[in-house]
Design a protein around this ligand. Structure first.
Ligand code: HAM
Length: 418
């Protein structure tokens, strides 16, 4: 085949069945879990004033290198959303819903990343946020929502990594300790990490580059710098997870790729995937973000799960097959009229997946299509059936002879085969 004139841009994919079917089913399960837990669906726009996203943190790759920004025809500087937490905080500030505000969302996000398997420039997330509560039991509930979702889609090989980033003052003391440590070892760090160190020593902990690992392993731990308040809250979250029998691992070096976090932070990792993209989801508290966007000083917590990666993790353990979309009935019509259209429409209105071959094809071609389709039964209508107001019911896949029923009995007759 000749090279097509246009191809999907790097880092994007054309999602097609069965992937689209599985994704849709996954989102429906998430919607159901979120609704049961009292969350309402919110759909913010896919683009916002760039300022909304700059609040994610100016030293993060997401803001620094990966934002899709452009000037619109009205001269506004717009960015495609790289995630939806900042968007939801903007919604909260603008609309001022009652607190605690519990919102879930689904949709595409855009990051100009180095594209590879599981890392795309356009990717889908489902997520949930609670704004206006600092109750640590909400942290547990939020984590439980994600965990129950994974359980329901049948994904078993997921590890919950948990950490507390403390409060700003804790992080200030910790950042100083890290700066001292990394500066002592500056010569052995990769060039990227040296640059990161000048901007934000905390971010160096995020490096997955091999030469940095030994220095990161020897760095001080944030857990040793937590205030009593932050420590008590973190203990309560752990007690909550234990009470709900949700297993977790404390990951004292877990640093998320966005800057707005404090206190509880977490990641869901699928060990079956490559290390660079084995995080199938993540989240945490972002107590200053709403205020940072010009709103009241309301705390927040939430998470987002990558649909694309979750699906890859499902593939690794044969989970989440998605709905059966094959036709159940094939309508074969060799008469001249439009009976085929009418019968297919009637079956569909009765909730049956029914399909047909284009009009005017030979009986042989239509039966071949029927057999190939995977349908359980064919409805066969020739000139005789049209004259007698009848239809043939022919079991496909092996046994059973064709029977004849009244035209009005077609739906009941095929139902016996489904
Ligand atoms: P995040 O860790 O940047 O957090 O993204 C959450 C999940 O989205 C990741 O664990 C991953 O599964 C998926 N993801 C991220 N980038 C890509 C990509 N380029 N390709 C495919 N999948 C990707 C957030 O987005 C925060 N908004 C989460 C949050 C909500 N925190 C508090 N509330």
């Amino acid at each position: 085949m000749a090279q097509p004139l246009f191809q999907a841009p790097p880092g994007t994919r054309d999602l097609m069945p069965p992937v689209t079917d599985r994704m849709r089913a996954m989102v429906a399960i998430f919607a159901d879990e979120a609704t049961k837990a009292g969350f309402g669906q919110v759909t913010p726009p896919m683009f916002e004033d760039v300022g909304v996203f700059v609040r994610i943190g100016e030293s993060t790759d997401v803001v620094n290198k990966e934002l899709y920004t452009f000037e619109d025809k009205g001269g506004r500087t717009i960015a495609l959303r790289p995630e939806q937490t900042a968007s939801l905080c903007r919604v909260f500030v603008q609309r001022r819903p009652l607190t605690p505000w519990k919102a879930w969302y689904f949709g595409a996000n855009f990051r100009y990343e180095q594209a590879q398997k599981g890392r795309y420039r356009q990717f889908d997330q489902v997520g949930a946020e609670v704004i206006g509560s600092s109750d640590p039991d909400i942290d547990t509930e939020i984590i439980a929502l994600a965990w129950r979702f994974y359980e329901r889609i049948g994904l078993t090989n997921v590890t919950l990594l948990l950490n507390s980033l403390g409060d700003a003052a804790d992080r200030g003391r910790y950042t100083n300790a890290l700066r001292t440590h990394f500066t002592e070892h500056r010569g052995s760090l990769t060039e990227q990490s040296r640059e990161t160190l000048d901007r934000n020593p905390l971010r160096v902990m995020d490096s997955k580059r091999q030469p940095d690992q030994a220095i990161i392993d020897a760095a001080p731990l944030l857990g040793d710098f937590l205030s009593d308040d932050a420590r008590t809250a973190f203990d309560r979250v752990q007690a909550g997870l234990t009470a709900l029998a949700i297993p977790f691992e404390i990951a004292p070096r877990l640093v998320r790729g966005l800057d707005y976090y404090n206190r509880t932070t977490f990641e869901f990792v699928a060990p079956g995937l490559d290390a660079a993209q084995n995080a199938v989801g993540g989240g945490g508290r972002y107590d200053g973000l709403v205020a940072n966007l010009g709103g009241p000083d309301e705390p927040g917590i939430g998470f987002a799960l990558g649909i694309d990666r979750t699906l890859l993790a499902c593939d690794a353990e044969d989970a989440m097959q998605g709905p059966d979309t094959t036709a159940q009935v094939w309508v074969v019509v060799t008469a001249e009229g439009i009976e085929g259209l009418e019968v297919a429409d009637r079956l569909r209105r009765a909730g049956i997946r029914a399909d047909r071959t284009e009009s005017g094809r030979s009986m042989k071609a239509q039966m071949k299509a029927a057999n190939k389709s995977g349908a359980a039964v064919a409805v066969v209508i020739g000139p005789d059936e049209v004259r007698d107001e009848q239809a043939g019911i022919k079991p496909l896949r092996g046994q059973g002879d064709q029977t004849t029923v009244d035209n009005q009995q077609i739906v009941q007759a095929v139902q016996e085969f489904l």
